[in-house]
Design a protein around this ligand. Structure first.
Ligand SMILES: Cc1cc2nc3c(=O)[nH]c(=O)nc-3n(C[C@H](O)[C@H](O)[C@H](O)COP(=O)(O)OP(=O)(O)OC[C@H]3O[C@@H](n4cnc5c(N)ncnc54)[C@H](O)[C@@H]3O)c2cc1C
Length: 476
């Protein structure tokens, strides 16, 4: 039986364990080690007076199917809930007020003229510049580019400030001037290449889709963009934990060192014991993995260390509905790039998903920190709760005190996919491949979203299970 050790019990480590069990069955003996007292890593949900509060992720995107597939494999199908249909899915805080994102905005390009022209979010010169997108020649070079450079080049500075930076860079808590377009929004790169214009690409693709549905005689089905679980995403962690047959689970455990001796990995633990492994999966943040790799491969360690992480925090607040003057006809708002606010976004959690707040109440979740305001996220919990309330007063006019606040701080919690990231990951993967049985999982490499993390772990589990030395149960 092959001994596998997984370091890190976030969704990446848990998914690796689950799929290893699925693909290799009894042929593997799995040990999972985490320095925290609980499993789940960034995924953590809490119940507070009938509110369901998320500390980290609140949902996963459905376009990439690995999240949904895993929920289904765990029998969680009945607990899945989709994001609601909203009149104005997103608002933008700009120049002293909340503006609904104009209807028909797709991937930051306007596809419906009237709502776009009527919107007060973008100035007339800004609208004219966005409309000129179709005339901007395509770039004929394959080098990676920052999101900011791409949007400024194709749609202009105002589209960057008010749409792309808060929405797209916001997802990654990133600085748009440093965020890799290729690693985060490859669809934009493809569209520019194929159609010479985003606007033209979006129009042609949606026309083709409509044509297919018209021929089939059915309207395009509505599928929610995001899914979550009724009891919070912690339900996914709990279901995984219940299904795993680990030979050993070590929580609150400090790993001192990882070395390779006589064809096996030796993991030294703080209490003086050691564990041997044929295969080792590092599902920890890249800077943690780097420290363990230092002795074995300093070149790989230094590449791992070069992935920058930034700190963020979330503050959830529960209010009575009558204390929130806004109609809440959307999923929340983002803050335009150059606004001097202390928050980056606010989710109207109980509008985005059902079952998040009891009747007559509202759950809001404020985001702070990220690449451009890290120091705010490093403040104490009480200070963060105060900041959130002040900002909600200024942006949404909420003067009442919340029934409760709950703060989660994520110190160096968000990996940054900077320009050149894909090439860096290819180099790291090539270096890792020189060490038989060593695997790099986690949010730092092929995508930080939950489905991306699961997908990378599936590939690792497949790679291990397909080894001739492992007697595979079945291939999936
Ligand atoms: C505020 C926030 C909101 C987000 N929102 C979304 C969202 O809505 N949708 C989405 O898809 N993604 C979202 N993400 C991203 C997503 O949550 C993460 O990328 C993903 O959960 C990371 O999983 P992971 O297992 O790779 O890492 P982690 O969850 O970070 O797990 C790493 C594990 O390693 C352990 N560890 C660390 N150091 C050591 C050590 N020295 N020894 C042993 N163990 C160690 C940790 O305790 C942890 O359990 C969000 C992230 C944040 C921070």
């Amino acid at each position: 039986m092959k001994k596998i050790v997984i370091l890190g019990g976030g969704i990446s480590g848990l998914a690796a364990a689950f799929y290893l069990q699925e693909f290799a069955g009894d042929a593997v003996d799995i040990t999972l080690i985490d320095s925290a007292a609980r499993l789940g890593g960034k995924i953590i949900s809490a119940q507070e007076a009938d509110f369901v509060i998320e500390g980290g992720p609140d949902s996963f995107i459905t376009q990439k199917t690995a999240g949904l597939d895993l929920c289904r494999a765990l029998g969680l199908e009945d607990a899945l809930i989709g994001s609601s249909r909203a009149k104005h899915p997103t608002y933008v805080w700009s120049r002293g007020r909340l503006h609904p994102m104009p209807e028909g905005m797709m991937l930051m390009a306007p596809t419906m003229m009237l709502p776009f022209l009527r919107s007060r979010l973008i100035s007339w010169p800004g609208k004219a510049r966005m409309g000129m997108e179709v005339l901007i020649p395509r770039r004929n070079d394959d080098a990676d580019e920052s999101l900011a450079s791409f949007v400024r080049r194709r749609l202009g500075a105002e589209a960057l400030e008010k749409i792309a930076a808060p929405l797209m860079a916001g997802i990654h808590a990133a600085d748009p001037e440093r965020l890799s377009l290729q690693s985060t929004f490859p669809r934009f790169v493809e569209m520019e290449k194929q159609y010479g214009s985003l606007l033209r690409g979006i129009m042609q693709r949606s026309r083709a889709r409509r044509h297919v549905h018209a021929r089939a005689g059915a309207p395009p089905p509505h599928s929610p963009m995001f899914q979550t679980l009724r009891g919070g995403l912690q339900q996914l962690v709990d279901a995984l934990a219940a299904r795993l047959h680990l030979s050993t689970l070590l929580l609150n455990c400090r790993v001192l060192d990882v070395t390779r001796e006589h064809g096996q990995y030796r993991i030294a633990l703080s209490e003086g014991s050691r564990i041997l492994a044929d295969e080792i999966i590092f599902a920890t943040p890249a800077y943690v993995t780097a420290d363990w790799m230092q002795g074995m491969d300093s070149a790989l360690a230094s590449k791992l260390r070069s992935i920058r992480y930034v700190s963020t925090a979330t503050v959830s607040l529960g209010y009575k509905r009558e204390d929130v003057p806004h109609p809440l006809d959307g999923h929340g708002f983002v803050v335009a790039h150059n606004e001097k606010r202390s928050i980056t976004a606010c989710s109207w959690s109980s509008e985005k998903f059902k079952h998040r707040a009891p009747a007559g109440s509202v759950l809001l979740r404020v985001f702070v920190g990220g690449a451009r305001a890290e120091s705010i996220a490093e403040q104490e919990e009480d200070a963060l709760a105060q900041i959130a309330q002040q900002e909600l007063r200024a942006t949404m006019g909420i003067t009442a005190s919340p029934g409760f606040t709950k703060v989660y701080r994520w110190h160096k919690g968000n990996p940054q996919y900077e320009v050149g990231h894909a090439a860096l990951v290819a180099e790291m993967d090539a270096l890792a491949a020189r060490h038989d049985g060593l695997h790099l999982a986690g949010a730092a490499y092929d995508g930080a979203g939950i489905p991306d993390c699961i997908q990378r772990s599936i590939q690792i589990a497949q790679r291990i299970a397909s080894k001739r030395s492992i007697n595979r149960k079945e291939a999936v």
